[in-house]
Design a protein around this ligand. Sequence first.
Ligand code: PEP
Ligand code: MN
Length: 342
Amino acid sequence: MLIVMKSGATESEIEKVLATIDALGFRGHALPGENRTAIGVTGNKGSVDPAHFENLPGVANAIRVTQPYKLISKDLRPEKSVIKVGTGTIGGSELAMIAGPCAIESREQLFSAAEAVAKSGAKFFRGGAYKPRTSPYAFQGMGEDGLKFLAEVRDQYGLNIVTEAMDERGIDAVEKYGDCIQIGARNMQNFSLLKYAGKTRKPVLLKRGLSATLDEFLLAAEYIMAEGNYDVILCERGIRTFANHARNTIDLSIVPAVHRLTHLPIIVDPSHGTGHNYMVTPLARAGVAVGADGLIIEVHPKPEEALCDGAQALTLDQYLELVKQVQRIHEVTNESALALAG
Ligand code: PEP
Ligand code: MN
């Protein structure tokens, strides 16, 4: 059920609708938009009778939802969501750049990457303290000590911190030190983790699972939102296919598909999407050209010495060059989208 309020509906009229939903034993999610507020209803097993809401003051319409997702849907919020991440935003007219090393390895490595990322004009810095590695014998990350270095980076450079949590304890730690909780591809369907992230008040960067369909990806976002956290950013990071010339097959067609169905922003990760240094910049350009709201890029001051994902890391100079190229493409993409809309 989706309840669309009239454009002039008052706070108390919205409250009255939420209280009615509550009294029925369901949960109401009010999402204010540019012109009107819409309220999504979750927690109902069967369909809800629109008659409960139709005649309440301020209600324009009560609509039954037939899709499996409710809160991510454009029916709830027709315009795009602009997600606040620390002092920056993702999903607005600016291209969001998130860059940094795969893993935090030392204070020196982190600060050297952060200096270049800050110089490039990026607002967001990445770096993993908890690393999901295929082998239990591979470097697992610096843990909380790494998060403390990230917090120092934020203080020194004003960069907003995006970092992965693999479990509930990790979410608590990222909430304390970071600005955005990354949920990695391998955890995209860790439903208890998604629910836990949904109870926090930090934005969540949700990466697409290695074999997730569009529906599965969107329903994972829906899990987070159903708990009351509406600040979700999606990320395409490549999927498993038979192709073996790249680490993953980056599926850029999901960007317009996501924009068609949901108000949530989507960014592209050409680092994990390709796994090869020489492919990162071309696929970053392509991601921006298909309308991604941002990019997440792995950079390392010395890729050859990286403890994790060195083959796909850009040098700091390569990253600065990438930024120049994608900014130009972003301007052209925005101009042509505006011209088409006008
Ligand atoms: C990462 O961002 O370093 C990472 C582990 O990503 P993914 O979950 O997409 O593999
Ligand atoms: Mn990585």
